[in-house]
Design a protein around this ligand. Structure first.
Ligand SMILES: Nc1ncnc2c1ncn2[C@@H]1O[C@H](COP(=O)(O)OP(=O)(O)OP(=O)(O)O)[C@@H](O)[C@H]1O
Length: 261
């Protein structure tokens, strides 16, 4: 693991971002810091959570405000340093491995590619493909399967294995475990949390699964109307915020989450 001095944080400052004719983010400020407790972003569907992760990962450019990695604006990182950035800041989107990966490849080849990219970026990589798969509750023998033969939940775990392969400083996770049954989801969530704690990786999680959010994060930011309207531990936000979007979510929250309040 890199020493704390060389590890850079991600910082969004008064970030406005979106697409032609749609501006879901209208002034978001947020830090994702390696080594700090995992954080989450919660909010109604379509409010801009995935857009925030895309902007943090440098995949879309701010309309105004900034996203910086260390001191550098992320959208201005040139091709030479892009590799380093991609290995340090891993983004697992909702459609990961469906759109961007040849489905005839084996699981082993996909995860190995993650390890190779990390090495090229100059990162120290000590994990094997087998270690990574096992840490996500997949048997090492799973490596020989071709991508098109595996289930949605298995695919999500392979995406995570590839993302963790580079021992990233920061992991941006967008609905990473939706396709898993509740027991496996819990097992994999615990495994990810353990791995990230060991590596000192900072995590930003987006999920509608509030039980998972409560288990994985210490602080959540509630996004509504383009800005964060409440911040704190999920149980406290749900219990105390008077914002109508938070109240709506709190009332619809599953019993298990309501009991945490
Ligand atoms: N590629 C795109 N082009 C144009 N508009 C988009 C694009 N992606 C998302 N949007 C729009 O931007 C807004 C925010 O979308 P985003 O996916 O960030 O929301 P979200 O909070 O992650 O939603 P969900 O919880 O449903 O996944 C929505 O109105 C969406 O329709």
């Amino acid at each position: 693991m890199a020493g704390p001095k060389s590890v850079k944080s991600l910082h969004a400052q008064d970030l406005w971002a979106g697409y032609p004719g749609v501006e879901p983010l209208r002034g978001v400020t947020l830090d994702v810091v390696p080594g700090e407790a995992p954080i989450g972003v919660v909010g109604e569907s379509g409010v801009g959570k995935s857009t925030l992760l895309r902007a943090l990962a440098g995949k879309i450019k701010p309309l105004s405000g900034s996203v910086t990695w260390g001191k550098r604006p992320v959208h201005r990182i040139g091709p030479r340093d892009k590799r380093e950035f991609r290995a340090a800041v891993s983004h697992v989107g909702q459609q990961e491995l469906v759109n961007n990966v040849d489905q005839r490849k084996t699981v082993d080849a996909v995860v190995r590619a993650g390890l190779a990219e990390a090495r090229k970026a100059g990162r120290t990589v000590s994990l094997t493909v087998g270690d990574l798969l096992e840490s996500l509750a997949l048997p090492a023998s799973f490596g020989t399967r071709q991508m098109y033969t595996i289930s949605g939940g298995e695919r999500q775990r392979v995406a995570l294995a590839r993302a963790i392969a580079s021992r990233p400083d920061i992991l941006l996770l967008d609905e990473p475990l939706t396709a898993l049954d509740p027991a496996t989801r819990l097992e994999v969530a615990t495994a990810i949390k353990d791995v990230l704690e060991t590596l000192g990786t900072g995590m930003l999680l987006v999920t509608h699964d509030l039980e998972l959010m409560a288990r994985m994060t210490q602080t959540v930011h509630f996004l509504a109307d383009g800005v964060f309207v409440a911040e704190g531990p999920l149980d406290r936000v749900l219990a105390e915020s008077e914002h109508p979007s938070v109240r709506g979510l709190a009332e619809a929250a599953p019993l298990a989450v309501q009991r945490m309040r």
